[in-house]
Write a protein that binds this ligand. Structure first.
Ligand code: LLP
Length: 426
């Protein structure tokens, strides 16, 4: 069941007309559906029924604390990559024991905060990081639970900028060095080895790369156990793709992914950890925007909307496709048009799509960009001094603002003139 759908000629988020949100909060605005978050989480978690599994939602995909708290209520853990994300997860009520800490550049302060929060595991990406973690833990009189993120050199993922499991990527311990890394870790007083971790990429639209990675890691786990290490958990990362409405191959269903994981790990005797981000958040949100102008150019027509690349960076950064629909349902005889849909930012890259066929629109019409719940608001910026896009959560027939639109004065308040300019900015 879709929770962003037309009713009586208008696009709704659950039981709320998007027009009502635009009128109350203004545009551009991100709108999320509680029911969709809950459904995606449950479908994903249910596909691992019967095995020992922790679903650690990847906070980077959509880190609003309302989103985290919605998932926490369903039992979700969190995959965090910074002290900031750790603070959010804890604030949203996710217990430390359900939090895993990933990322190539953890600082000692972040390590200390994570140890204080008693997190489940640090996914360690280099020996240098391991040694730093050991020092911090010894200093605190603690043992840090670790898994090495190993780099299985598997090709996966939709775009070069989001592929992570190849040997040329910055992530993980190089495959040939993995066993030596574990041997070194076993000698450190502040370190407790608990598992193995991989993450091979994002927007993966086939099962084969997961299969290859699981098999490789399964063999590694056997070798590590033979060498005397205790391996309790196998974190397989995130990466399962979602449909974006373009004509590319449909990604595997969570149930298919779940069956594959269950089949391949049956005899491994491990707790599985998953770090899904996009799969949970992507299709749980839309970016709602208003058409500012239709500009008839020399060889093309531009639909200039009030959302821009600072609000949703994915098309500019990855040439990502997002479905665009008008909020008012086009009638049966609606006129068609072909647009480049662009934002107001002063860069040609501020283009959501080129030459897209869609119903003809005019200034004042509302549109949504679909599949914007993951890596949308989370990657937004204030470029061009455009205030961060507010976020709204819908539940049934209710909606509430979960991140406010900052006022221009608030944005400017944190900036200072240096003393030598000798003038108060305000
Ligand atoms: N775990 C780790 C260690 C990761 O680096 C990521 C994503 C995930 C889990 C979650 O992956 P997912 O299930 O969402 O595919 N900004 C890009 C995607 C970057 C993904 C970065 N890492 C985009 O908008 O497509």
């Amino acid at each position: 069941m879709r929770h962003f759908d037309y009713r009586n000629g208008e696009l709704y988020a659950e039981d709320v007309p998007l027009r009502a949100i635009a009128e109350t909060v203004g545009t551009p605005v991100y709108v999320y559906s509680t029911a969709t978050f809950e459904r995606h989480y449950s479908v994903f978690a249910d596909s691992f029924e019967g095995i020992n599994a922790l679903v650690a939602y990847s906070v980077k995909a959509n880190s609003n604390i309302a989103v985290l708290a919605t998932l926490a209520k369903l039992g979700a853990g969190a995959d965090v990559v910074s002290g900031g994300e750790l603070a959010r997860a804890l604030l949203a009520g996710i217990p430390g024991q359900k939090i895993v800490f990933s990322g190539v550049g953890k600082t000692k302060d972040e390590m200390r905060a994570a140890l204080r929060a008693n997190i489940r595991v640090f996914n360690v990406e280099s020996l240098a990081e391991l040694n730093a973690l050991n020092e911090v833990a010894v200093d605190m009189g603690r043992k840090a639970p670790i898994a090495f993120r190993v780099n299985p050199d598997v090709t996966a993922g939709g775009h070069a900028k989001i592929s992570t499991g190849k040997k040329e990527n910055k992530f993980g311990i190089a495959w040939p060095s993995a066993e030596a890394a574990y041997a070194h870790a076993a000698t450190l007083p502040g370190i407790e080895i608990v598992g193995v971790d991989v993450h091979i990429g994002s927007q993966i639209d086939q099962l084969a790369p997961f299969e290859a990675a699981i098999e490789k890691v399964g063999n590694l786990i056997s070798r590590l156990r033979e060498a005397g290490h205790t391996i309790k958990s196998f974190d397989i990362g995130g990466g399962l793709g979602i449909p974006y409405g373009d004509n590319t191959k449909a990604p595997p269903l969570p149930a298919e992914y779940g069956s594959l994981v269950k089949k391949l790990t049956r005899d491994m005797d491990v707790e599985m950890i998953f770090e899904p981000g996009r799969m949970i958040a992507g299709n749980s949100g839309v970016l709602l925007s208003e058409v500012l102008y239709v500009k008839n150019g020399e060889d093309r027509d531009f639909l200039i909307i009030d959302a821009a690349m600072n609000d949703l960076l994915r098309p500019a950064l990855y040439d990502a496709y997002h479905d665009i629909e008008p909020v008012k349902a086009p009638g049966p005889n609606a006129e068609e048009a072909t647009y480049d849909v662009v934002g107001p930012v002063c860069e040609s890259g501020d283009t959501f799509t080129k030459g897209r066929d869609m119903p003809a629109l005019e200034a004042g019409d509302l549109v949504v960009l679909h599949s914007a719940g993951a890596y949308g608001a989370a990657q937004s910026s204030q470029y061009n001094t455009r205030p961060l896009t507010p976020e709204v959560m819908v539940k049934g027939d209710r909606f509430e603002v979960i991140r406010e639109r900052p006022k221009i004065e608030e944005i400017l308040k944190s900036e200072r003139l240096p003393s030598w300019l000798n003038r108060s900015p305000r």
